[in-house]
Each structure stands twice: as C-alpha cells, then as structure tokens.
Design a protein around this ligand. Structure first.
Ligand code: ZN
Length: 344
C-alpha cells in the first residue's frame, strides 16, 4: 500500500471548449498553466524493495561473528545480535560488530523464561541488560528479543517501557505486515538444523507475496554447538536468494524506523514553475534512529527526464515508467525538507 497525499489546489478546470478533444498537448499546457500533476508517494520499503528481511542472532554464539556477520559483511549487509549479558564472556567481538554498524539488542541478563517470573523481575532483566549493553558497547540499545520467545501482554507492556520494539517468535503468521500492529509482538521464523534452502525459500516466497517483513531468528551457524545450528550453505544461500530478488535486508531498527517515518510523513508536491516541481516533506514522528525514506514523484506529462536539485537527497535517483506514468525515485534523509525536481 503506497501512501499518497495529493497536493491541494491545482484542480485543473478545463473550459468546455477544450474539454476532451486532446488537441492541446500536455506539454503546451505545462508551459502556460499549473497542472494538476505531481503526486509524491513514499514506497512501502526503502528502495521500493518488494519485501524486508532482518537477520537476527540469539544467545551470543561465536558462530554469529565468525560466520554470520562475516557473510553479511561480504554482501554489504547488517544484522541484529541479541545478547543475554550474563552469557557474554568476551565483549570485544560484539564491540567490533557494533562498530561495523551491526545492531546489538538485548536478550535479558540471564535468559530466563520471562512468563515464569514476577513482573518486577522481568523489569529488572529488561532494564539491567540494556544498561550493561550500553555501557559495554557504547551505543544505545533500542530493541529486545524475548528468551524462548515466551511473552504475554504484561511482559510486552514492560518491554514497551524500555525498548522501541521487541521480537517474539513464530506466532500465527510468520510474516509481519508492513505496518505491524504491535511493536512488542514482532513475529519471527526460527530455522532449525533440518531446514534446507528450499524450506527457507518457502518463507522468502511468502514474505514477497505478502510484501511484508520477515525476521529470521538464528541461534548458530555451521558446526556451532548452539541450539539447532543452521547449515552455513543454507544461511548463505538464503542471503543470496533474497539479494537476487532485491529484498531489503537490514537491521531490525532500520525497518522499524522506516515504518514510523513512512507512516507519519506528509508530502506536498507543487509545480513551482513550468520546469520545477517542489516537494515538501514533513515527518511528524521522527524515530531515534532515522533512516532515509524512498520517495517517488510522478513527473508531469511531457517530462522525459528530471534531476533532483540541491544536496537534499541521498543516493542516486532514477526515472522509470510504470502504469503509463513516468516517475522519479529518490531517497531523502529523515528530516523536514524541501526537494526540487527539475525537468531535464
Ligand atoms: Zn535465546
């Protein structure tokens, strides 16, 4: 679902004399009057990707940085690592991952079954692990994963006091919709040692069909002694398959931030002069960890190419045709700003 905000005004009122005949080309109209053109939409996922995937790693296993992070790094990707702080014997590998840009999240202090604890103790596990991680890693910890995927409404409420979002387990549906209904009950799949690449591809096909967000929860890779390690070839094959399909593979926090920005952005597009569109971007809810938003602006008829002016955008832009409309796609940093698109 693309979010669309039509620019106000510019309702083109044609006099009866020129209605429907099509004798005036749109290019001529564009040079003489404002067109009812120009809508700008934010794409469901960054880069207009067909789906989002987050690779998450639980329990501070050595294979996460030996194999998991390395295969992500080789592909220019970032993952999310959930550490029970009492289980970490050496912080250095995790500090290194964080400094490379990977996300470090909390998985409590002692990895208890939270549903079996009094709420004060739940609170303590969630808060203390966050404090320890932030002191050891030197970065703000924004997301959480429930040990054993065990949670309930009361525990979700505690998590919401300390974290932006929390990952649960394989609930009724393995795919999160593009607007998750509860940030503290995010669904995840849990691949186990017997899963082959075909089994993983079933999940990839599903998330692409639903245009949603798949969170993959991994405990170990290859010869790891962790619970149910996934074969390295399956892990690698899944990454490559998802990349081939242009899926957006990124940290939990990036997807969360994108959704918050995407669903609170207000876009106004006007023709400033016959050869310039002005897009105003207002983001009502700015997350703690902002990420670039991907926008598409429909070009007025007659424009074959366009450029984004100024240093307001991030990354390259591209012009393409879809549904008989010519659009320009570009990324903008998450802050209120004005972008100008000039006819080329
Ligand atoms: Zn765990």
């Amino acid at each position: 679902m693309l979010k669309e905000l039509l620019a106000p005004a510019f309702a083109l009122t044609l006099s009866p004399g020129c209605g429907g005949g099509g004798s005036s080309s749109s290019a001529e109209l564009a040079s003489t009057m404002p067109l009812p053109v120009a809508t700008t939409q934010v794409t469901r996922w960054q880069g207009d990707a067909p789906a989002a995937v987050s690779m998450t790693f639980d329990d501070a296993d050595e294979s996460h940085w030996v194999l998991g992070a390395r295969m992500l790094r080789d592909r220019g990707l970032l993952g999310s690592f959930y550490l029970p702080t009492d289980w970490v014997t050496d912080w250095q590998p995790w500090r290194d991952l964080a400094s490379e840009g990977h996300e470090i999240g909390s998985h409590t202090v002692t990895h208890p079954l939270l549903t079996g604890l009094p709420l004060e103790q739940v609170e303590q596990e969630l808060l203390e692990s966050k404090n320890i991680l932030e002191a050891e890693i030197g970065q703000e910890v924004l997301t959480f994963a429930y040990p054993f995927s065990a949670e309930n409404d009361a525990i979700r409420a505690v998590a919401s006091n300390h974290y932006v979002a929390s990952r649960a387990g394989p609930l009724l549906d393995t795919v999160n919709p593009s607007a998750p209904p509860d940030w503290h009950g995010l669904h995840a799949i849990v691949p186990i040692s017997s899963w082959n690449l075909a089994r993983m591809q079933v999940e990839l096909d599903r998330v692409m069909a639903e245009k949603g967000w798949l969170i993959v929860q991994i405990h170990g890779i290859g010869n790891s002694t962790a619970w149910q390690p996934v074969p390295a070839s399956v892990y690698r094959g899944f990454l490559d398959d998802a990349l081939t399909k242009d899926v957006w593979i990124t940290r939990m926090i990036d997807v969360i931030s994108y959704v918050v920005e995407r669903d609170s952005v207000r876009l106004t597009t006007r023709l400033e002069d016959p050869n310039t569109l002005r897009v105003q971007i207002r983001i009502d809810e700015l997350p703690k960890h902002p990420v670039p938003l991907t926008l598409q602006t429909v070009l007025p008829e007659g424009w074959t190419d366009a450029t984004i002016s100024g240093a307001t955008t991030e990354g390259p832009s591209k012009v393409f045709v879809t549904n008989n409309e010519r659009r320009i796609q570009y990324d903008v940093g998450a802050q209120d700003r004005t972008v100008r698109i000039r006819r080329k």
